[in-house]
Design a protein around this ligand. Structure first.
Ligand SMILES: C[S@@+](CC[C@H](N)C(=O)[O-])C[C@H]1O[C@@H](n2cnc3c(N)ncnc32)[C@H](O)[C@@H]1O
Length: 231
């Protein structure tokens, strides 16, 4: 398809309306199709020709990226079978040879034969009640899934300081980024809107990350309580 903005928006709307209904127990809240269409060209610019791993993609950003940017290659690691099937169905419908999908539970180590990518894209559980635990686990797995000098994109609320957990989590995440040699090279504030969120009007910002010191690494252990990764 052409990269024309109207085409991208039209496809984003079609993809968004086909997504399986969000499962709140898996912390799924859908990005609006407008946010997807705005986000994907920026993602493509930042990622360049790097391969991209998504850890979870209920939003289906990988589908829009693969369809509009044929030079990219994305791998989606996802836990929810409905999302895997839905993304595979779009891959089939649009003939997306540049999109791979596999079942994966972030609570487990990555398969030993996983081919590391050059970049990651994550929309982690915002971990409002767990002191950023889910965010750190997602980041840790993203680093396992990427090359040492990777770049990455993470969606996170950063601006809504009225919510006490946003500021608290942000401080914890900043520390964890530093512990792993990651710096924030750009922030696009409040770039994504959602439907079906716990917090009405909650938006997320895009954090563009770069790993400048791969010698720094703090792994997050497998959680003892499986559901501790959510909320
Ligand atoms: C955790 S949700 C978070 C969404 C985002 N915070 C929001 O509010 O829209 C992002 C993706 O992770 C997936 N996911 C949830 N639990 C997972 C798990 N244990 N392993 C891998 N992916 C998981 C979800 O299915 C979804 O596609």
């Amino acid at each position: 398809m052409s990269g024309d903005n109207r085409d991208v928006r039209r496809l984003a709307r079609q993809i968004a309306s086909s997504r399986p209904s969000p499962d709140p127990t898996l912390e799924q809240f859908h990005m609006t199709h407008e946010s997807m269409a705005n986000q994907v060209p920026d993602l493509a610019n930042f990622m360049g020709d790097r391969t991209v791993v998504f850890i979870g993609d209920d939003d289906h950003l990988s589908v829009l990226l693969s369809a509009t940017q044929p030079a990219t290659h994305s791998t989606v690691l996802e836990y929810d079978d409905r999302i895997i099937e839905s993304i595979l169905s779009w891959k089939d419908q649009l003939g997306l040879d540049n999109l791979t999908v596999a079942k994966y539970d972030v609570r487990n180590p990555l398969p030993a034969d996983f081919t590391r990518c050059g970049a990651f894209c994550i929309n982690p559980p915002y971990s409002s009640k767990t002191e950023a635990f889910g965010i750190k686990l997602w980041l840790s797995r993203a680093l396992d899934a990427t090359e040492e000098e990777c770049i990455g994109v993470m969606f996170l609320p950063t601006e809504q300081w009225g919510l006490a957990w946003v500021a608290k989590n942000h401080l914890i995440v900043q520390d964890y980024l530093g512990d792993n040699g990651l710096i924030v090279v750009r922030v696009e504030p409040e770039r994504q809107a959602y439907v079906h969120t716990h917090d009405e009007g909650l938006a997320s910002s895009t954090l563009y990350l770069m790993r400048v010191d791969p010698t720094r690494r703090v792994h997050v252990p497998t959680p003892e309580i499986p559901d501790a990764i959510y909320r």
